[in-house]
Design a protein. Structure first.
Ligand code: MGD
Ligand code: MGD
Ligand code: MO
Length: 765
């Protein structure tokens, strides 16, 4: 490894260059990035950090007593063992589970973001390993968009088609008159793109639209969800009620005869059903919605007037559907855009998730980007991803999903690489009980996350900065040579090497590696892109030249509005993939499932958990501004945003005052499920009655002095909201994650403060 040279690399939060002098790593954003993400500042702290897993580790209880149900997970100590010993034992255990209980007894859903490189992508590696060695129970959908992923193909189009490649930022800058953003389009969120992002264009595009006279309307409990520069009109809505506002906007537009009857007739299906619901008692008018949403009826009527003229774009952030009945605002936003007749127009209509992620709203590359080869999974067993604790706690239990009744498999072994369920799942104390049911839990991670601390076997992975890879995504034009920047930490190994060694022990080594080294895989993966470039007659440098240059700009397809624009122009010739081929503003298919919590048209349903006397606040647990999820939580930028080492909860002064909470106080957020500490920040940028605590502070369970009966994990000392969130599906239809919203109480914490000690390896007992 050559040190002290400037090298290219990439993270989900941006392309960068870095220089390592043998001690320190200096990181600089890519010179072509107009608005780099400050999350880059977390990277240098990772080098040699005490949170790293330095050598393979096994949980004592598992190593000494063997596999089996064990509430000691999360509580036991660890000991270091050799790679040879741990790989032998793990291969043996995998074989035992499969031969005793069948291949579906291995859970390899392994949800998570891992790192940006396309070869060393931990999930892809693990799935391939589990597939070639016999198969596994997989997961479907994501925590990000679980409700929308099941709904959108039924009502509008494929998930990628209506997030990535429909309305682009260039179109917003050039064409949109009114941007109606439900949940906003926070720059903190679009800073992140799966596979990396070379140019953060969102701020510039919004500013250009604003300079042209476009109006931005922010519907959100939090003001910073749109950048200050766009001067948005802020409608601080009560969380979880957006569909009521959407219904009232439709009602008002229709009552005044300003809906697009032609578009509804020629391009939509189910309008009669929806129309009937809008006007049936109680009429879904502005006064009705005002009582539910907390937004003035006059403001709703004024907004309905505004959006019916000119080019209007409705966006719905992913957060809205990460909640109970989360399908409804996605459907409501689609239907609203259809009523306005705007779907498929440049800069108009509906773009699901625009602004939630940096890889949305951009033209598509004209050539495929490198990706690691999948292997077919011979087992056809799956769960919707966020139902993992239900599966472990109720093997053989039944549940509804997408029109079918399904049965949970009996999983004995779970395997995780590149994800952190003890960050991302809801109700972490319940997840701990679920994981206790396993025979064996194997985790690959570079750092001692809360998940690693629940594993029986911890396999130390290299970090992305310790290996060569290729960064790419289909909606970013830059292919990046991700070069190794620093030496490998301790005994860490690439996931590929670990899984190759295990595959060999299980007799499938050749099938897993196809005889390639990691470097040979990179060349192989790059070759697909090179060939496609050559076929188009474009410059197609060979791998060595690409690597030498550090990057390659790919050609892009025209920014033509994609499937929605083609459908608008010719609904018969380019039908949508929905049951009718049209926009389903109502759906006989979904109605046919008979789910009251997701009926056959967008509808308002009361949530079954909402603030009440005991738990008077909505807690919004949104994505953190200072990191990606839980990754590099110990990094300089993430740590710098904490107060006294704890995550910050935002609270309105009118709420804090009567509770005797001052800025900087440590508070306890709690409900029946558990509690977490956080440091209070008082701000009037939040709707009263709402608290906001981002995700990602590593779970630090300890006893709660206010509720000792909960045992040793009643309180998170650090500020992880999943200590209190609810583990339940969005509806019987989609079963998406509902982590964004839950009801809590808040009080000042006047007990001695428990230390936060999770950013280092657990002590040997
Ligand atoms: N309450 C609440 N909860 C939520 C959400 C919410 O809004 N509210 N949002 C949800 C959403 S949208 C998401 S996407 C999830 C995110 O949840 P995750 O994707 O699970 O979160 P990350 O912190 O990105 O976890 C990635 C893990 O991979 C590890 N890693 C990185 N590189 C490598 C590698 O090369 N090899 C290996 N083996 N490991 C690696 C990191 O150290 C880290 O532990 O959280 C969800 N949880
Ligand atoms: N910096 C950073 N960016 C990220 C990520 C990260 O971890 N860090 N994660 C990435 C991932 S994996 C994903 S899936 C996306 C997620 O993208 P989103 O889900 O859009 O992101 P969030 O920040 O969770 O939510 C956006 C905003 O929605 C608002 N909101 C919450 N509930 C409601 C509601 O009921 N109604 C309305 N109108 N607004 C509401 C909140 O104020 C919140 O700030 O973010 C991506 N971007
Ligand atoms: Mo996500």
């Amino acid at each position: 490894m050559i040190i002290d040279a400037e090298k290219t690399h990439s993270a989900h939060w941006g392309v960068f260059t870095a220089r390592y002098d043998g001690r320190r790593l200096r990181v600089r954003p890519h010179p072509g990035d107009p608005d780099p993400s400050p999350v880059l500042d977390n990277i240098p702290s990772a080098v040699g950090h005490p949170a790293r897993v330095a050598a393979p580790a096994v949980r004592r209880g598992w190593w000494e007593r063997g596999p089996g149900r064990d509430p000691g997970r999360g509580r036991d100590g660890y000991r270091t063992v050799s790679w040879e010993a741990v790989l032998d034992r793990l291969a043996e255990e995998t074989h035992r589970v499969r031969s005793t209980h069948g291949d579906e007894a291995v859970y390899g859903g392994s949800y998570g973001w891992a790192s940006a490189g396309r070869f060393h992508h931990a999930q892809g590696q693990l799935h391939r390993f589990l597939a070639v060695t016999g198969g596994y129970t997989r997961s479907v959908n994501s925590y990000s968009g679980g409700a929308a992923e099941v709904l959108l193909p039924q009502i509008l189009g494929g998930f990628d088609a209506v997030t990535r490649y429909a309305v682009t930022w260039d179109q917003v800058a050039a064409h949109t008159d009114t941007v109606l953003a439900f949940g906003g389009m926070a720059l903190k969120n679009s800073g992140i793109a799966a596979g990396g992002v070379s140019r953060h264009v969102e701020r510039g595009a919004m500013r250009a639209a604003r300079d042209r006279g476009a109006m931005f309307v922010l519907v959100s409990p939090l003001r910073p969800d749109l950048p200050e520069e766009v001067d948005a009109t802020w409608l601080p809505i009560r969380p979880g009620t957006d569909v009521a506002l959407m219904l009232a906007l439709m009602h008002t537009v229709v009552a005044e005869g300003r809906h697009d009857t032609d578009f509804l007739a020629s391009h939509c299906d189910g309008w009669e059903t929806l129309r009937e619901y809008l006007f049936a008692a109680p009429a879904k008018d502005a006064a009705w919605a005002s009582a539910i949403t907390g937004i003035d009826a006059s403001a709703i009527r004024e907004l309905a007037w505004r959006i019916a003229y000119g080019r209007t774009l409705v966006t719905v952030a992913q957060s809205l559907q990460r909640a109970e009945h989360g399908e409804q605002p996605v459907w409501g936003g689609t239907a609203l855009a259809a009523v306005l007749g705007q779907i498929g127009l440049p800069g108009g209509g509906f773009n699901y998730g625009l602004g939630s992620l940096g890889h949305y709203g951009r033209p598509r590359n004209a050539v495929p980007v490198p990706s690691f080869s999948r292997a077919p999974n011979p087992v056809n067993s799956f769960i919707p991803v966020a139902r993992v604790a239900d599966m472990l706690l109720h093997p053989g239990g039944t549940y509804d999903y997408d029109g079918a009744e399904r049965t949970y498999p009996h999983v004995r072994m779970a395997w995780w690489a590149g994800g952190n369920p003890f960050h991302h799942h809801q109700d972490l104390r319940r997840l701990r009980r679920a994981v206790a049911e396993l025979d064996t839990f194997a985790v690959h991670d570079p750092v001692w996350t809360a998940t690693a601390r629940h594993a029986d076997v911890v396999l130390p992975s290299t970090m992305t900065i310790e290996r060569d890879d290729i960064g790419a995504t289909s909606s970013d034009a830059l292919l990046v040579a991700m070069k190794q920047l620093v030496p490998v930490h301790g005994e860490a190994r690439d996931d590929y090497d670990v899984l190759s060694a295990l595959a060999h022990r299980l007799g499938h080594g050749e099938a897993f590696t196809e005889g390639r080294t990691a470097h040979e895989w990179l060349v192989h993966m790059y070759d697909r892109t090179r060939k496609a470039l050559a076929d188009r007659g474009e410059p197609a440098p060979d791998f060595e030249e690409f690597w030498e240059r550090g990057e390659l700009e790919l050609p892009r397809r025209p920014d033509d509005g994609g499937v929605l624009a083609r459908f608008r122009a010719d609904p018969e010739g380019h039908p949508l993939p929905t049951p009718s081929g049209r926009v389903q503003v109502g759906s006989a298919t979904i109605a046919g499932h008979g789910y009251d919590d997701c009926p056959g048209h967008p509808a308002w349903r009361e949530p079954t958990e909402a603030p009440d006397e005991r738990h008077p606040f909505w807690l919004v647990s949104n994505q953190p501004a200072t990191r990606l999820h839980s990754q590099l939580d110990f990094g300089a930028h993430s740590s710098g945003s904490k107060r006294s080492g704890r995550e910050v909860v935002r609270i309105h002064p009118d709420d804090a005052g009567p509770l005797g909470i001052a800025d900087g106080d440590v508070v306890r957020l709690h409900n029946d499920r558990g509690a977490t500490l956080a440091a209070a920040r008082l701000t009037d940028d939040i709707r009263p009655g709402v608290l906001q605590l981002p995700t990602g502070a590593w779970w630090a369970p300890t006893a709660d002095p206010e509720r000792p009966e909960l045992g040793d994990d009643g309180l998170c000392a650090h500020g992880n909201p999943n200590a209190v969130t609810r583990d339940r599906g969005s509806s019987r239809f989609a079963q998406g994650c509902t982590g964004q919203l839950c009801a809590v109480a808040v009080s000042r914490f006047d007990h001695p403060l428990p230390a936060v000690e999770v950013h280092r390896a657990p002590e040997a007992p």
